[in-house]
Ligand binder design. Structure first.
Ligand code: C2E
Ligand code: CA
Ligand code: CA
Length: 682
């Protein structure tokens, strides 16, 4: 008997029909498809035709027992996890089970909740092991094809090491064993450049990515060296690649013309042409941010420590920027101490400044320069792309914005206009329309469902505001919330959101649908000392219990004024509101700090979900967040889930709830009810 409820199928092997039925039912209720077999031989036969994800196997059975079945089962499916059902406290059979290749055991009588946990754990562990194997295999293949080798240098002892086949790859009879031997292979100029690069990598702990020319005579080989010193600050290790072929003479000339000699970064011309290419081919909804960033008072450093130190500092800053910016970015050196970069904006436009500040945070550390600790101030200007804009115009806007910055603090940033993408006249008209929008009833809320990964239930939604503009069509919150803020209308708008969400929650409750509605609070609302009493009055007027509402605040809102945040949140919680921390991970806060806040849900920002399938970093962050949530009893929700693959990863990483286009876009109330009905009938 097999039921196909989820993508995961299990096989239960036991000769006792009663116990088998109990196990099958218990596992089916968790959403697995479960098949059953009476003994080891039947289990083997089934496994030949069907790719089970996990097998639960009794130890003693007639025809063929569990131990005997294990080995041939693994011969058919090497990665298959097998959980043995052993007698109570039977240490011998537990040992025998592991010797036979079982993954885990559970002793009889079976405790179903414990079994479910073991099954889930074993499935998760297998999933992770498979991912690891695949990654390992991919890596080896890639190295072979790209003709990559490895190298390591101990900056303390000067010892050099290379991968076994490195001398063949480099066309050398023997390889240097000491740093001092490098002088035989490199020209003075190349050696100087490499030395500077290595020192910068050691001082700033950042990665190294540079090109050196190997050889002094006619046969010069071009090597790309990449490395970091993640494990030991004095040992730098990494990869090299022979790119001689790619660097024919003509290319070399072009390369030198387009790259800065000192830092190896692109120069302005290359930056502009690459950005132009991106802007002309990117999706219309993509927004690119271009930033021009100056090191303030660079001249003073040159004067005090000499221009060699100044050069080294520029290399360090360039390396740090290359390290900290998101994977997809353009980075160049515009002139002396000005860097420019462009990146796809992964957050809402209104949050550009916060996002940039978080990205550039690593620059605020102190820098070690010739045994001196130096702290730097940066000032930057940024501009955002609009459809049809030219790359050089965008860069000009960013540079202009930078010129307007009055420095203060480690990092000062400025946008090229108060509000993005609006000309002055259009902005005025829009403001006028906004004042009227309240009376004309043009605002409405959409509701986006949140699903529990444990049981597939939907019992909460997030309310997201929209404006049906008479001429401009449907406008999202990015277009009007910053304006409402600047016009001082945010409190009024927040009240309207709370009333509307309360009415909707009540309407659903009266239809027998218990749905918690999450509302977003703005910083203005949150900084109002009367926030709690105001919200309670509104709830009372609408006759709505606070328990039907969840309040979403971002971590940066909580961190701006932690004392006020704490008192607001405690009072809200006391009154029965649920509390969610929104956009978690993009701000700066530490998890321990957050522990003080009484919240029920952490919402992992979409950025990490987007990165989950190909960034180990995103997965590690999500894993850290879910373990934190598990240990503190907070629910963990992932936002912006768009694909099945992302959902599977999130499930494996221990996320409790998901929200995103995979489930549904933000919906009108009637569409949400239809969605729930159609899921129920399924
Ligand atoms: P948010 O709170 O982070 O809301 C999630 C945003 O992600 C929503 O954008 C939602 O439509 C979008 N989203 C949901 N699932 C997916 C997905 O799978 N993929 C992608 N790419 N996007 C997804 P929306 O509705 O444009 O809202 C933007 C922001 O405006 C919200 O970000 C929130 O900060 C703010 N906002 C929305 N409604 C209100 C409100 O009533 N009051 C306040 N103060 N802010 C609001
Ligand atoms: Ca939100
Ligand atoms: Ca969010």
């Amino acid at each position: 008997m097999t039921s196909e409820k989820s993508g995961l199928s299990l096989l239960v092997v036991d000769d006792e029909p009663m116990l088998r039925t109990l196990l099958v039912r218990g596992l089916q209720s968790q959403g697995y498809a479960v098949s059953e077999a009476e003994n080891g031989e039947q289990a083997l036969a089934f496994s030949r035709d069907h790719n089970f994800h996990l097998v639960l196997m009794d130890v003693s059975m007639p025809v063929m027992d569990g131990f005997t079945a294990c080995q041939p089962l693994h011969a058919i499916r090497p990665q298959l996890p097998i959980i043995m059902l052993t007698g109570h406290d039977d240490i011998e059979s537990v040992n025998a089970a592991f010797n036979a290749g079982a993954t885990d055991f559970i002793s009889k009588p079976i405790n179903l909740p414990l079994l479910n946990q073991r099954v889930r754990y074993a499935l998760r562990a297998t999933f992770q092991a498979n991912e690891l194997n695949r990654a390992y295999h991919d890596q080896n293949t890639a190295c072979r094809l790209a003709r990559l080798g490895f190298w390591r240098i101990n900056m303390h002892t000067g010892d050099l090491q290379f991968s076994a086949d490195a001398h063949e790859l480099l066309g050398l009879d023997c390889l240097p064993e000491k740093r001092s031997d490098l002088a035989d292979l490199l020209t003075t100029e190349q050696l100087h450049k490499l030395t500077m690069m290595l020192q910068a990598a050691v001082s700033s702990g950042s990665t190294l990515d540079t090109e050196v020319q190997l050889g002094k005579g006619k046969t010069i080989r071009h090597l790309r060296l990449m490395a970091d010193n993640a494990l030991d600050p004095l040992v730098i290790s990494g990869a090299f690649q022979d790119i001689t072929e790619q660097r024919s003479k003509d290319q070399q000339i072009a390369y030198l013309a387009e790259h800065d000699n000192l830092t190896g970064l692109a120069k302005r011309r290359l930056f502009i042409s690459q950005l132009e290419q991106i802007l002309s081919t990117c999706e219309t909804e993509d927004v690119w941010v271009v930033v021009a960033l100056d090191i303030a008072r660079m001249q003073r450093i040159n004067d005090a420590l000499g221009s060699e130190a100044g050069d080294q500092l520029l290399i360090m800053v360039a390396q740090k920027l290359a390290d900290t910016l998101p994977k997809e970015h353009l980075l160049a050196r515009l002139e002396a101490d000005c860097f420019i970069f462009a990146s796809l904006l992964p957050v809402d436009i209104a949050r550009t400044q916060n996002w940039l500040a978080a990205q550039l945070k690593p620059l605020e550390e102190t820098w070690q320069l010739q045994r001196q600790m130096v702290s730097l101030n940066f000032k930057g200007g940024f501009a955002l792309s609009e459809p049809g804009i030219r790359a050089d115009a965008l860069l000009q806007q960013a540079v202009r914005a930078k010129a307007q910055v009055t420095p203060g603090g480690r990092l000062s940033l400025m946008s090229d206009q108060g509000l993005v993408g609006q000309d002055g006249a259009g902005l005025l008209a829009l403001e006028e329309d906004l004042r009227l929008a309240f009376d004309r009833n043009e605002f409405f809320l959409l509701y986006q469902p949140q699903e529990s990964l444990a049981d597939g239930c939907i019992s909460s939604v997030e309310a997201l505001a929209r404006w049906q503009h008479p001429d401009r069509g449907l406008l999202g919150p990015d277009r009007f919330i910053p304006l409402l803020e600047s016009m001082g209308l945010m409190t009024e708008f927040g009240d309207w959101v709370l009333r509307t969400a309360s009415r909707q929650a009540l309407a659903w409750a009266s239809e027998g649908l218990h749905m918690v509605v999450a509302i977003n609070l703005s910083a203005t609302q949150f900084n109002d000392h009367d926030l709690v009493s105001r919200m309670l009055t509104l709830c009372a007027e609408e006759n709505c219990s606070p328990t039907l509402l969840e309040v979403e605040i971002t971590e940066s809102m909580a961190m701006t004024n932690p004392t006020l945040a704490l008192s607001h949140l405690q009072a809200l919680k006391q009154e029965g509101f649920r509390i969610a921390i929104d956009d978690f991970g993009v701000g700066y806060s530490s998890m321990e700090y957050l522990l003080q806040f009484p919240h029920d849900v952490l919402k992992i920002d979409r950025t990490f979900v987007t990165g989950i399938t190909d960034s180990k970093g995103s997965r590690a962050i999500i894993r850290a967040i879910t373990s934190f949530c598990e240990s503190t009893g907070i629910a963990c929700l992932a936002e912006g889930v768009e694909t099945e693959r992302q959902r599977d990863y999130l499930d494996a990483l221990g996320v409790d709830f998901i929200q995103g286009y995979l489930l549904a876009r933000p919906l009108l109330p009637a569409d949400l009810v239809n969605l729930l009905a159609s899921r129920r009938s399924l």
